[in-house]
Design a binder for this molecule. Structure first.
Ligand SMILES: Nc1ncnc2c1ncn2[C@@H]1O[C@H](COP(=O)(O)OP(=O)(O)OP(=O)(O)O)[C@@H](O)[C@H]1O
Length: 314
C-alpha cells in the first residue's frame, strides 16, 4: 500500500491537479494507493502517524504531494520511524527538495517510478532543536535551515497577500524579490555566538547563517553551491560585515551561485553547529518560518530511505 499525503493548498491548488493525473494512472489502483488531504498547517505530520497506526506493516511508502513544507511535515511525522520509505512528488511553488535530489521528472513519471522501481536511497536529514526544548522535541529538516536576513525575507513573503497572487501567475519568485527589497532597509545585522564542531566564534555583524542537506532554497536559489549530500557534515554559509547595497548584489548572484566569491561570504564545513543570538532570531526551515534565540543543528545519526536520483553523494 502506498500512502499519498496531499496538501490541497500547495502551489495554489497545483497538488490537486497533480493528484487527479496520478489517479488516472492504472497503477494507482493496482498498487493500492490511498490519498489523504491535509486540512491545516501541521496536519500532514498527524496524518502520517495516524495512517501508520491503522495500516502499519502494509505501508510500503509515504508519498508527500505538495511543496517543501509538506515534505517537512511528512519527514517529521516519521521522525522516530526512519525505516519507512518516503517519496516526494513536487506540486508546491518552490519544490527545492526535488531540485536538491535531482527528481526532475514529470509527476506521473515520478509516481510510476516510485511504485514500480525502488529509488529509495539513504538520505541523511538534519535535526534541529530550538531554545530550551528537551531533546525529545528535536525536529528534522529535509532541505535546509537558516537564520537572519533570508528568514526575515521568507517570513515577510509568506505573510504577504502578493505571494499567493504571484504564485497563481507562476511568478512566485518575484514575491521573494519584493520581500527582499522591503526587508533590506529595515534589517539590523545580528550578534551571534556560533559554535561549529565545538569551536566558539562571536560574530557581531551577521546578515545570515544558512545550512542545508542540499544547496537549494527559495524556489531555485543555489544558496550553498558546494553542498553535497553527506553522511556526517553540512556546508554552512555565513554572510557578515556587508553593506546593504552589496547584499543586493550578493542576492542577485545567488541564482547562479556567484555569491560565494564575495569576501563577506564564508562557507564552512561542520558536523554540528549551535546558533545563539543576543536576541530573538527569525529562522526558516524547509520553507516554513519561526523565531528562536538558540538552535542546535546536527546530522541525524541514521539514514532515511528517501526516493531520489541524486548522484551527488559522498
Ligand atoms: N488545508 C490546508 N490549508 C492551509 N494550509 C495548509 C493546508 N494543508 C497544509 N497547509 C500548510 O501549507 C503550507 C505550505 O505548504 P507547502 O510548502 O507544501 O506548499 P508551497 O508553499 O506551495 O510550496 P513550497 O514550500 O515548495 O514553496 C505548509 O505550512 C502546510 O502546513
Amino acid at each position: 500500500m502506498y500512502i499519498l499525503i496531499v496538501n490541497p493548498e500547495a502551489g495554489n491548488g497545483r497538488s490537486l491537479k497533480v493528484l487527479k493525473k496520478l489517479q488516472k494512472d492504472p497503477l494507482f489502483k493496482q498498487k493500492d494507493c490511498r490519498s489523504f488531504f491535509t486540512k491545516y498547517e501541521g496536519h500532514a505530520e498527524e496524518l502520517v502517524k495516524h495512517v501508520l497506526e491503522i495500516y502499519n506493516e502494509k505501508v510500503k511508502c509515504i508519498i508527500a504531494v505538495g511543496g517543501d513544507g509538506t515534505m517537512h511535515e511528512v519527514v517529521n511525522g516519521l521522525k522516530n520511524i526512519p525505516t519507512i520509505p518516503i517519496a516526494y512528488i513536487p506540486a508546491g511553488s518552490g519544490n527545492d527538495f526535488a531540485r536538491g535530489t535531482n527528481s526532475k521528472k514529470k509527476p506521473v513519471k515520478l509516481f510510476q517510478d516510485i511504485v514500480q522501481r525502488s529509488h529509495a536511497k539513504p538520505y541523511w536529514c538534519g535535526s534541529y532543536l530550538t531554545d530550551k526544548r528537551k531533546p525529545s522535541n528535536r525536529r528534522v529538516f529535509a532541505s535546509n535551515i537558516g537564520f537572519g536576513f533570508d528568514a526575515e525575507i521568507a517570513q515577510r513573503a509568506n505573510r504577504s497577500s502578493y505571494k499567493k497572487w504571484l504564485n497563481k501567475i507562476g511568478l512566485g519568485s518575484l514575491a521573494y524579490a519584493i520581500a527582499l527589497v522591503q526587508t533590506i532597509f529595515q534589517f539590523e545585522p545580528k550578534e551571534i555566538e556560533l559554535t561549529i564542531d565545538g569551536e566558539i566564534r562571536t560574530l557581531s555583524n551577521v546578515w545570515m547563517i544558512t545550512t542545508g542537506v542540499h544547496g537549494y532554497y527559495g524556489g531555485g536559489m543555489k544558496v550553498i553551491p558546494s553542498a553535497k549530500m553527506s553522511k556526517d557534515t553540512f556546508h554552512v554559509l555565513i554572510i557578515e560585515n556587508i553593506s546593504k547595497w552589496k547584499v543586493l548584489a550578493v542576492f542577485l548572484s545567488v541564482f547562479w551561485g556567484g555569491h560565494v566569491k564575495y569576501n563577506e561570504v564564508t562557507v564552512l564545513n561542520a558536523s554540528s553547529l549551535s546558533i545563539h543570538g543576543n536576541q530573538s532570531l527569525s529562522y526558516h526551515v524547509d520553507g516554513q518560518t519561526g523565531k528562536c534565540q538558540k538552535c542546535v543543528i546536527e546530522k541525524e545519526s541514521f539514514s532515511r530511505k528517501i526516493f531520489q536520483f541524486s548522484s551527488k553523494q559522498k
